[in-house]
Design a protein around this ligand. Structure first.
Ligand code: ZN
Length: 672
């Protein structure tokens, strides 16, 4: 137990560690609102050749699905990306002028977002170049550089100029505005020719009443209306996206051949069967096998998994994350898992919504080795899967905290002045410096391995009743669980935290972020839309309002700058508990109106004056709010046909990696 804490504290930098890191350049590019960072794979050389091979094959499978994500985001994304890349490859005019730089920023943003809509706000990105310059770029790029399917250059110009430049066309990828047709007003490519009503009817008919093991209907298909008939185009080897899925399967087969154990080979082969047939019951089978594997050191996510890109929460984006277990830090999450029942029993939610028996929650700390699809270049720092409620209830779930990504984020942020600007005093800054890495990792552990897995639905509740409010409510639930327990003496007792000061550091940064600093990512006058951001604002704002009479969180002004300062940590913890209880009730009973009321009251609107002030303070710091990562490059070393080693390189050039991926992993036709 002591080792655990010591190991963690070691992460925040012993002398030797700091020296080595100083030589590593974390940030390699910056443009628009984006920073590009690198991440390291620690202890690569201590892996066996077989493990390295497995990571390499799974990594290739992760890269092969990149174009799927582009196409899912918007039907013209691949055509536009390839047009821009043709210009990049072939433009014969000057590349020394300012406009060229602006064109490159647009191309880099399209790569970053896997399409022409902002990855976070989902608004269409408008390029900072004129239509005339776009015409000049196309005109001075020889025809041979453009894909044949797009026709001649005049056709390309005519077709894509409005799609790229007209703000009214395909304005938003995911529209969640209450009261409009969510399907027809969203630009994503999950539906075509159908209305929200038709989608609801189609899937309501499909679901069998009282099915104890319902498949995730619609998860892996596009829903279209052709000749008046509504039908699914399934994503599988001989279906839509088949060319890319076939390549994924090719690499998965190689991976199965070097699996660490038989169970892992079975997992991979079941996934292959699912990709061949598109049969969602096989995906459930794969998910169950996958969550049961807690021994393999190498692991991966690969599939149509998350539904954030669909306002209806039915269709899933393709993603992959290949990883290797961090043995030292995993001891910390194992301790939490082993005590899962204790946490469930002591949770402040109503007993009727508690799990009597918490099953199979496993958690581990991993280091990412390849990011793909919806996980690239923007990646989560924790994952809890599978998503199907019945599997979570019957079989549990698997949680991971992604240590090397958090670590890279933390290292890259040091010295930016961000913390000093928004923290009230030096004591708050120092508390953060001392504990932020540990507290942040612990929050993620609690959120992922206990929070999402806790609680249960009331009988008869299916879990999809909250519709567009489902994601932020679920994220709030997991966050509140983490916030409530991180301040529990149990954490010190288990030897996970040295003292409760680490929890105070987490409370400070959660409130600071939920009310103030996260809105640096949003344009003035706009609402909060992304599920995680909504959940954080909901929690911070709700606690601020409900703690007002006791002055739990105080709004203070100094030199015209606003700060939110916690006066009473214990009372704040009580408020977290109360909100957790209410949110669990909303989720467990499928109370749509309750969810809507909480989200619309606290999570969506931003105080205009505060927003303006925060943006001005942030602008002075000159920091891009979003970060994404380039992947390390794995280079197999051969002796004849045999791989004898795999070397790692940490690329320094974002554009080069994106162009390499576009050249080597483009398997899909431009229109699917
Ligand atoms: Zn979560």
């Amino acid at each position: 137990m002591t080792l655990l804490t010591a190991g963690l504290m070691g992460c925040s930098g012993g002398k030797d560690g700091e020296k080595a890191e100083d030589q590593f350049q974390w940030k390699i590019d910056e443009f628009a609102d984006i920073r590009i960072l690198r991440y390291q794979i620690p202890d690569w050389d201590s892996l066996t050749l077989k493990q390295k091979e497995l990571l390499y094959y799974l990594g290739e499978a992760a890269l092969c699905g990149r174009d799927i994500m582009f196409d899912q985001n918007f039907k013209h994304n691949l055509a536009i990306r390839k047009t821009l890349e043709a210009i990049y490859n072939g433009y014969e005019g000057s590349r020394e002028v300012e406009e060229w730089g602006k064109f490159m920023v647009y191309l880099k943003r399209v790569w970053f977002s896997n399409g022409i809509h902002h990855h976070y706000s989902t608004d269409k990105i408008l390029p900072d170049i004129s239509k005339e310059y776009f015409a000049e770029l196309i005109g001075n790029t020889p025809q041979k550089f453009f894909p044949k399917e797009l026709g001649d250059r005049n056709e390309i110009l005519e077709k894509f100029t409005p799609i790229i430049f007209d703000p009214a066309i395909a304005a938003k990828r995911v529209n969640q505005q209450d009261g409009v047709d969510l399907i027809t007003t969203s630009a994503n490519n999950y539906y075509e020719g159908v209305t929200q009503k038709e989608v609801e009817k189609f899937y309501a008919k499909m679901a069998k009443p009282n099915d104890p093991t319902p498949i995730s209907y619609g998860l892996n298909s596009k829903l279209v209306k052709e000749n008046g008939v509504i039908k699914e185009k399934v994503w599988r080897v001989d279906g839509m996206y088949g060319e890319a899925i076939g390549r994924i399967v090719y690499w998965l087969e190689k991976a199965a051949g070097v699996a660490e154990n038989e169970h892992q080979a079975l997992i991979i082969n079941t996934l292959i069967d699912y990709y061949r047939t598109g049969d969602l019951s096989l995906f459930d089978k794969y998910s169950i096998l996958w969550l049961q594997d807690t021994v393999s050191q190498v692991d991966f996510v690969n599939g149509f998994i998350e539904d954030y890109g669909d306002p209806m929460g039915i269709k899933a984006s393709w993603e992959s994350l290949v990883n290797v277990k961090d043995l030292e830090s995993t001891r910390r999450t194992t301790l939490l898992s082993e005590n899962a029942q204790w946490f469930e029993d002591h949770s402040p939610i109503s007993s009727e919504f508690k799990k009597k028996e918490v099953k199979g929650i496993s958690a581990k700390v991993i280091n990412a080795t390849t990011l793909g699809g919806d996980c690239y270049p923007v990646t989560p720092i924790g994952i809890n899967l599978p998503n199907a409620d019945w599997i979570r209830k019957e079989h549990g779930s698997k949680s991971v905290t992604i240590e090397n990504i958090s670590y890279a984020n933390d290292r890259a942020s040091i010295g930016s002045g961000f913390l000093e600007e928004f923290a009230w005093d030096q004591a708050e800054v120092e508390l953060h410096r001392k504990y932020s890495l540990l507290a942040g990792s612990l929050h993620t552990d609690l959120h992922e391995c206990l929070g999402h897995g806790s609680g249960q639905l009331a009988p008869g509740v299916a879990g999809d009743e909250l519709k567009q409010y489902g994601s932020p409510i679920e994220e709030s639930r997991a966050d509140l669980f983490a916030l409530y327990f991180i301040m529990d003496p149990k954490m010190v007792e288990l030897g996970i935290m040295p003292n409760l000061d680490a929890a105070k550091a987490e409370y400070n940064s959660y409130i600071r972020n939920g009310i103030m600093t996260q809105i640096t990512r949003i344009e003035l006058g706009k609402d909060v839309e992304q599920a995680h951001m909504r959940n954080r604002q909901l929690i911070a704002r709700w606690c601020y309002e409900h703690g007002k009479k006791d002055n739990v969180i105080e709004k203070r002004i100094r030199d015209g700058k606003t700060y939110f300062v916690i006066n009473d940590y214990d009372k704040l913890r009580t408020l977290f508990g109360e909100l957790l209880k209410e949110i669990q009730r909303v989720k467990s009973t499928g109370d749509f109106e309750g969810a809507k009321d909480l989200i619309e009251t606290y999570a969506v609107k931003i105080d205009y004056d505060l927003h303006k002030e925060v943006l001005e303070r942030f602008a002075k710091l000159n920091i891009a709010p979003y970060a994404g990562f380039v992947n390390p490059k794995m280079i197999p070393q051969y002796d004849g046909d045999t791989i004898i080693d795999i070397k790692l390189e940490y690329p320094m050039d974002y554009t080069k990696q994106m162009m390499e991926y576009s050249e080597n992993y483009s398997y899909l036709p431009i229109y699917n």
